[in-house]
Design a protein around this ligand. Structure first.
Ligand code: UP5
Ligand code: MG
Length: 210
């Protein structure tokens, strides 16, 4: 993908910080395509005949990060599909290679430093990172509550503890890396969703300028 055709924002934050909730709203208001790496992995896990099903299942239950070769291919395929499905006004009916444009929220990825480097090299650079900053106690409360009905194999006390550890040890360094480059919009996430969304819109206005 070329940076001219595609705008990518990474959406990061701890487990239960509210990434998915905010992305859903942004899709409706800004026309982003929302790609949750976790959702793509869960779909692949359940796809009949997938050679990665068992592996993904184990990693998710243990709050560990699935090898990036799997995740990046899923993201890339999903981006391609979305772009093929959504030719924009810049493509004229007569052109044989229509200019396809895409605006993507990549949610819950990259979770590890090498994934960030690899994605930006192999797919395209991210414009910036939306980082939802939430205290662990609040995230734990949300996930345990959701776990009563979500059916997610990792919404239980033990998996949540492991997810938090992976987040602190492995995923926060990614945020720090982008922060040093001044590419992080840090948003306080332990306030009601409407308030988080208003802060998100303010950051987008500042950083996308449209
Ligand atoms: N909620 C949301 N916002 C709220 C607010 N402001 N106030 C009060 N409540 C709020 O929200 C979580 C819950 O909180 C919901 O019930 C919501 O209503 C409420 P949600 O928007 O779902 O938060 P989100 O940050 O998306 O939480 P999620 O559980 O999806 O985060 P994770 O990062 O843990 O999950 P993900 O699906 O991204 O990854 C799962 C696993 O997949 C990982 O642990 C890992 O094993 C694997 N994975 C990889 O290996 N590689 C990847 O690249 C990605 C995932
Ligand atoms: Mg999510």
């Amino acid at each position: 993908f070329s940076g001219d055709d595609v705008t990518v924002l990474f959406v990061l934050g701890g487990p239960g910080a509210g990434k998915g909730t905010q992305c859903e709203r942004l899709v409706a208001a800004y026309g982003f395509t929302h790609l949750s790496a976790g959702d793509l992995l869960r779909a692949e896990q359940n796809r009949p005949g997938s050679q990665y099903g068992e592996l993904i299942k184990d990693y998710i239950k243990n709050g560990q990060i699935v090898p990036m070769e799997v995740t990046i291919v899923l993201l890339e395929n999903a981006m391609r599909e979305a772009m093929a499905a959504k030719p924009t006004s810049t493509s004229t009916p007569t052109s044989t290679t229509p200019a396809l444009k895409g605006k993507f929220l990549i949610d819950g990825f990259p979770r590890k430093f090498d994934q960030a480097v690899k994605f930006e090299e192999a797919v395209c650079p991210a414009k910036f990172v939306l980082f939802y900053d939430c205290p662990e106690e609040e995230m734990e409360r949300r996930l345990l509550e959701r776990g009563k009905t979500s059916g997610r194999s990792d919404d239980n006390a033990e998996s949540i503890r492991k997810r938090f550890r992976t987040f602190i040890e492995t995923s926060m360094p990614v945020v720090d890396y982008y922060e040093k480059q001044d590419r992080v919009a840090r948003i306080r996430a332990n306030v009601p969703p409407d308030e988080v969304y208003r802060a998100t819109q303010a950051e987008l206005a500042k950083r996308l300028g449209d």
